[in-house]
Write a protein that binds this ligand. Structure first.
Ligand code: ANZ
Ligand code: ZN
Length: 803
């Protein structure tokens, strides 16, 4: 038979599929939408790590196709934003040009994977026909009061020279470039994602997502119940409102701390403390977020002023410290050192009294060495609350406080509104016009897209203004409402703007009148399966859910969750688990492997390296194994075709087992064991063929079908060799008949010292252990002595030698 020639076969089938696409919408089939997280077209190209996710999603897609679905399996480009722009600046070419080149390049590389993408659906976030709708969504949000302007200290990356969202700051550093993030006071555009906090939280229940990701989202949203309590300032008309989740501990508040940025901070200083207070406020403003959040020794300054505990009238000294964050709660806290770790540390350092108000076993601790932070125990030192259960009080205190008129109950979220403006060039212009008479006016919808003007200098200015601010003829415009001279907004949108909704556009990417037509949305959306890296658990996935809910609310679509099912693949790393990157010099390019072993082998190997949800270390050498498997299967199939063997009972049984095992493993996304399963069954068939001279046609064809999503070229070629005119992908996924899988039952005598005592029926494939166990059970009452030897002659006899 002809040997397996991956080069010729792969070329041939690429061409065939191009001429005659296999995934076609006949209007009858149900749809299945399998989405990949679309890539940033960076200049570095694809490495074997990128392949993994694309192979996983392609295998899943082709499997669904063979279950009779019409596939929505698109690909596109997330091409705005910092990576593309930084690359462009480094290489000295305009981002539009470098982006286009990178897209062309990566597209070519992606084609090597032979994924069944429908390129007619391609989108690119930098295409004005696409970002017209990104801007349209912004205008709609503005009209609904969800996009608003605000000046406040934001995260600032001094290296990228732009503001960042909280989500883009990782351990105090810029997610993109790693530089330490500082604070800068800037006018920003914000999206009111907090309005959706509750829905974003509760609707997690509807989703078939990894629990880990759901938990990350709910932690990020961070809903907590508590109270705001008003502490009057002694000798002044003002009061300071604190936010607490532990109002049950109110009697134990021995001091109060304000963030240095709190609006009353400076004014609370007395003549004696003025200098120290001002210095502390100044120093805090110079510190980066990392320094402030790091777990280091507490710093603080006493303002010289006191507040009054509204519950018991206690005089409470007011301090400033940077461990209290300005933009969480009210920026002021009541401190209960006996029951909070940070407060305990602070009180110990500054010699502030510690008053225990919850006793674990009803007894007060004489000398506390650490805070008791649990809300369980009995209240002490708490006036009328004495004797209450702290857990009960924690629930009831917010309402009691509200009824007493000293505060109110609250629900609080960790989620912040989304800082949505960037002071950079390479993004969607924010479609707002600042009119001296009318205020902020959106660009009229029919004038969208507001295209990004060509500029000569697109480097960030570092002044807090985008490079667009320097283009007078673009900035100066007229107000669409009153016609007066007005100025355009010069900030651009963040990277995430386009990626928050791109998946909707794939199904109707050429529509000039709507973001997506009702008809196509109904037919093809939402996404059934979304595949990508776990690094997007709180950024992109939360933003996309927010956008989808918003579009649902304004009637643009009629579902409110974008991604039914989510799968996060692990990373492919270099040796010792080190992330693959150009700078580390450990990038493995797929090109040589495709040349030497073929696309099909690399696809299989990408899955074979380990459980798809876990990280896996790459080692080129392993690809030999899968290559050998494909060669052996090829030979088995070709030899068997020539031999024309009729099926035997054993072949049928093995065939159904194969279908059953592979399908089970595939359904549970255990793709690495699917590949090892193919190898094991292939070996079994080869052994069997040695005895029979070959394997029957139906069994080989079934194997080809199961292998098709994994090795599409090789299987198409074999399918054709077996006399079929149509694509293997137009066949339906084989079904296992569980009855046909059953091993035969046989009867074996059970002997003691050579004398038959019973005849039992066992599975023909039973192991020695299974057979002996069954035999012992059958004659348990006769096993009186010590068994010194156990003999099983397979399928013939069980003999127990007893003393
Ligand atoms: C008194 C108290 C007593 C507190 C106690 C805790 C334990 P979560 O659950 O994260 O919302 N807090 C409030 N605002 C803060 C801010 N801007 N910066 C730093 N800490 C702040 O945490 C809420 C708790 O964190 C609040 O409850 C407050 O301390 C503190 F035994 O108030 B607690
Ligand atoms: Zn106007």
């Amino acid at each position: 038979a002809t040997p397996y020639n991956h080069k010729a076969i792969e070329q041939k089938w690429r061409k065939n599929w191009e001429e005659k696409p296999v995934n076609v919408d006949d209007g009858q089939k149900p749809k299945y939408y399998c989405l990949d997280m679309f890539p940033y077209p960076s200049g570095n190209g694809l490495h074997v790590g990128h392949w993994r996710g694309y192979v996983i999603s392609d295998v899943w897609s082709r499997y669904k196709m063979m279950q009779g679905y019409y596939l929505i399996h698109p690909m596109g480009w997330d091409a705005f934003g910092l990576p593309a722009e930084n690359y462009a600046i480094k290489m000295g070419v305009h981002p539009a040009k470098s982006t286009a080149e990178n897209v062309a390049n990566i597209k070519k590389q992606i084609n090597d994977i032979a994924a069944i993408y429908d390129w007619d659906r391609e989108v690119n976030t930098t295409d004005p026909n696409f970002y017209k709708w990104t801007q349209w969504i912004f205008v709609k949000m503005f009209k609904e009061g969800l996009a608003y302007e605000k000046e406040f200290p934001i995260n600032w990356c001094p290296s990228c020279k732009t503001g960042l969202a909280n989500e883009e700051v990782v351990n105090g550093c810029c997610e993109r470039c790693g530089a330490t993030v500082t604070k800068k006071n800037l006018r920003q555009w914000m999206l009111r994602i907090t309005k959706y906090a509750d829905r974003l939280l509760s609707d997690l229940d509807k989703l078939d997502w990894p629990e880990k990701v759901k938990k990350m989202q709910s932690d990020w949203i961070g809903k907590s119940y508590g109270a705001e309590v008003d502490f009057p300032v002694e000798g002044r008309d003002e009061k300071i409102t604190v936010y607490t989740t532990r109002p049950d501990t109110l009697h134990g508040a021995t001091f109060m701390v304000l963030a240095p940025e709190h609006k009353l901070a400076a004014s609370l200083a007395t003549a004696e403390t003025k200098e120290a207070v001002e210095k502390y406020i100044y120093d805090a403003s110079m510190k980066s977020n990392v320094d402030r959040l790091q777990d280091k020794e507490k710093t603080g300054v006493f303002t010289g002023s006191y507040a009054v505990n509204p519950l018991n009238g206690a005089k409470t000294p007011i301090w400033l410290s940077d461990y209290v964050l300005a933009d969480y709660g009210t920026g002021a806290i009541m401190c209960v050192p006996a029951h909070d770790d940070r407060d305990f540390e602070f009180a110990t350092k500054f010699n502030i009294p510690i008053v225990q108000v919850i006793a674990k076993d009803g007894k007060e601790i004489e000398h506390m060495t650490e805070a008791y932070t649990e809300a369980s125990g009995t209240m002490i030192n708490s006036g009328e609350w004495n004797g209450m259960e702290s857990a009960v009080l924690k629930q009831e205190a917010p309402v009691m406080i509200e009824n007493m008129g000293i505060g109110k109950k609250t629900v609080n979220y960790k989620l912040r509104d989304w800082v949505f403006s960037r002071q950079r060039y390479w993004g969607e212009p924010i479609p707002i016009i600042h009119c001296p008479h009318c205020g902020n006016v959106p660009v009229p919808e029919e004038q969208l897209p507001l295209t990004l003007p060509a500029v000569d200098s697109y480097e960030p200015t570092g002044t807090g203004e985008s490079p667009l601010a320097a283009i007078d003829e673009w900035v100066n415009t007229t107000c669409p409402v009153c016609g007066a001279p007005a100025k355009r907004e010069t900030n651009t949108m963040p990277q995430w703007a386009g990626s928050s909704w791109y998946f909707l556009r794939y199904v109707d990417n050429k529509n000039d009148n709507e973001l997506v037509s009702k008809e196509k949305a109904d037919k093809y959306l939402p996404v059934d399966m979304y595949i990508g890296g776990v690094e997007h658990a709180v950024l992109h996935l939360l933003y996309s859910r927010f956008y989808t809910k918003f579009l649902y609310d304004i009637g643009a679509i009629d579902f409110d969750e974008p991604f039914q099912k989510l799968f996060n693949q692990g990373m492919i790393t270099g040796k010792n688990g080190i992330k693959m990157s150009k700078s580390k010099g450990n990038v493995v390019s797929p090109d040589d492997l495709v040349r030497d072993y073929g696309c099909d082998s690399l696809r299989l190997y990408e899955l074979f390296v380990g459980p798809p949800e876990l990280d896996a270390e790459w080692d080129d050498r392993g690809i030999d194994g899968v290559y050998r498997f494909l060669n052996r299967f090829w030979k088995l199939a070709m030899d068997s075709r020539e031999a024309g063997i009729a099926e035997t009972k054993e072949m049928v049984k093995l065939r159904h087992k194969l279908v059953y095992d592979i399908t089970q493993r595939l359904e549970s996304f255990s793709l690495n064991t699917v590949i090892s399963g193919f190898m094991e069954y292939n070996n079994k068939f080869i052994d069997l063929a040695k005895k029979t001279g070959g394997i029957d046609k139906e069994t080989i064809e079934t194997f080809i079908q199961l292998l098709a999503p994994f090795a599409p070229h090789l299987t198409e070629e074999l399918w054709e060799a077996y006399g079929h005119k149509d694509s293997v992908f137009h066949t339906l996924w084989p079904k296992a008949d569980e009855n046909a899988m059953k091993d035969d039952e046989i009867e074996v005598p059970v002997q003691i010292n050579g004398k038959t005592r019973a005849v039992i029926s066992i599975n023909a494939e039973s192991s020695k252990e299974e057979a002996i166990a069954a035999g012992k059970e059958a004659i348990a009452d006769k096993l009186t002595g010590n068994i010194i030897k156990e003999i099983y002659v397979p399928k013939k006899i069980i003999n127990l030698v007893m003393k």
